[in-house]
Design a protein. Structure first.
Length: 216
């Protein structure tokens, strides 16, 4: 049975990002995989890379040596057959928790060798889901497309072939009446959440299935 690791990089465990992560994980399960989900903001305390360079030396070459809340996540990824990642767009970037995982996941495989940049010999398909309050129409102008391409390229090089899925113009909160936010057309956002978000959930479910049945 294939093993898929799914990681929610949102501080919220029941909203947009978490929902899509769970749907993609359900798709993988439907295809027969064993799936383990991690909520980064529910782990024991952890940090990003601390530049100890322990992953560059034997006997731990290619393995992060820091023993904190991320250690079991990184260990699970090492034996996985696929990786589902998700983060909300926070100020034109991934969440801080996701970024910490990203640093630790990538840097352990970076060799600084011209002839072989990556020491990870266990490449697996990656699905990276980003949720965003902003509509896709502004992605290029805001630099979001470039940012996502950077993550796609780096994940592909050091973890495995990566697909990007964006759920844009999401419902940011359940009750907009609590806030004095004049920027949003609340009714339009609610309508989109009711009509479009269910379709996005179906699409990531199908991608979870594909990861198991026809990995890219």
């Amino acid at each position: 049975m294939k093993k898929i690791i799914a990681i929610n990089g949102s501080p919220r465990t029941n909203f947009n990002t978490a929902t899509l992560i769970k749907d993609a994980a359900d798709g993988a399960r439907q295809a027969g995989a064993d799936v383990e989900i991690f909520d980064l903001y529910r782990l024991e305390k952890y940090s990003g890379c601390v530049s100890c360079f322990g992953c560059k030396l034997a006997p731990n070459k290619g393995r992060c040596v820091i023993k904190d809340g991320l250690a079991p996540v990184l260990e699970a990824i090492r034996s996985a057959d696929g990786l589902i990642l998700g983060s909300p767009n926070h100020l034109s970037e991934v969440s801080a928790g996701f970024r910490a995982l990203y640093e630790r996941l990538i840097f352990q495989s970076l060799t600084y060798q011209v002839e072989n940049r990556c020491c990870n010999e266990h490449k697996i398909p990656v699905l990276f889901i980003m949720t965003s309050n902003a509509p896709k129409e502004i992605y290029e102008r805001m630099g979001y497309d470039e940012m996502l391409k950077r993550y796609e390229n780096t994940l592909t090089m050091f973890v495995g072939d990566t697909k990007i899925y964006v759920a844009d113009n999401t419902l940011q909160v359940k009750n907009y009446d609590r806030f004095d936010w004049t920027k949003f057309d609340v009714e339009t956002k609610k309508k989109r959440h009711e009509e479009v978000f269910p379709l996005e959930r179906q699409e990531v479910f199908a991608l979870g299935q594909e990861m198991v049945e026809k990995p890219w």
